[in-house]
Design a protein around this ligand. Sequence first.
Ligand code: NIG
Ligand code: FE
Length: 424
Amino acid sequence: MLIHSASQLLTLAGGPQRGHALGTLGIIEKGAVVVRDEKIVAVGASDELKNAYPDEPTLDASSCVLMPGFVDPHTHLIWAGDRANEFEMKMGGMDYLDILAAGGGIISTVKATRMASMETLIAQTRPRLLRMFAHGTTTAEAKTGYGLQTSTELRLLKALIALDDESPLDLAITFLGAHAIAPEYKGNPQGYTDEVVNTMLPMLKEWWETHAPRLPLPFVDVFCEAKAFDLEQSRQVLTQARALGFPLKIHADEFANIGGASLAAELGAASADHLVMTSDADIAALGKSDTVAVSLPCTPFGLAECHYTPARKLIEADAILALATDCNPGTTWNESMQFVIALACRAMKLTPAEAIAATTINSAHAIRRADTIGSIEVGKQADMLILSVPDYRQVGYRYGTNLVKQVIKRGRVYSVDVGYYRTA
Ligand code: NIG
Ligand code: FE
């Protein structure tokens, strides 16, 4: 298939974009891409590729931006129930961490999730995944973490593997058994940390090798926060995970600065995520590392808080900046990377070009898949978007509606545009 005449083809070619290199879109005007099977086989000017591939079936992208599919590198995609009641409480003035300490928050979703069957979990997660796909996310990271006990965490892993198999969207799976202190260990965070380190992680290794040997090992993540896992407990979780061969992620500095970002850099984690209260020393550590700084601006937005990731400081420090939704039932239920871009531009002063690079090639690197996705380059997986706008700056400028016209996933074209009325 020859996709041609795109008013702007954004290639994002050249690998992850560090520091001030962020925002290198690699624009080809009147651009074209040739796709065969699941891969990109040619990228260039429409005239040239039409001549070189005269017999190829065509797809006209005139007046449209053609760009890589969004990669969402941080989601808590799978859970049961909702927390609309807590949203109302938070908007009435209650604090997120106080709700958690009172047995609500993450723990209330844990209760609902533990009671849900595998079928229920899949049925409730599927529409979220499909909405993400319709909004242009072609690969998403997805964490467990609403089980906090071996049996339910395993059910979440199985459900995520099943959803990855059935849906066009690809999932990169993360084990977040250390998402909160399990209710059975209330008041004994070290006890639950020991359970994760000594029982859950070795069990995960064995289970994965037996049940999912064809899939890459999952990431292991920890909620490093004063009221969850402190720095020492986070270190214990991540050190054990690393010893077992798992790639690492961390939730750091969402509410308080306790050193999680530097820990991530020290341990060679793939990413450190949230980074709202991050200190200058932590920013410098990220800037010198290959740990991607993943900012989640929808989280403070969702909580109606005014502190956002110091994104310009991270860029200045030469860090690799990426963006994600953090989609979850508590702090931010948002499925659209387009909205993330709109918010990142306004709240963190990113340019539209920087935000696009942070949601494609850099977010692919945050899940260590930048060698196969995140840009439009020969040999890469054909994961692309045709947007119903002619200029990339419309992304971010416009928000609240879907600018995606077609999603191309592994070379297959999915239409999502609503350009007409239909009566029943
Ligand atoms: O990334 N911080 C921890 N985890 C989620 C929130 C999860 C929840 O409230 O259910 C986050 O914001
Ligand atoms: Fe999160």
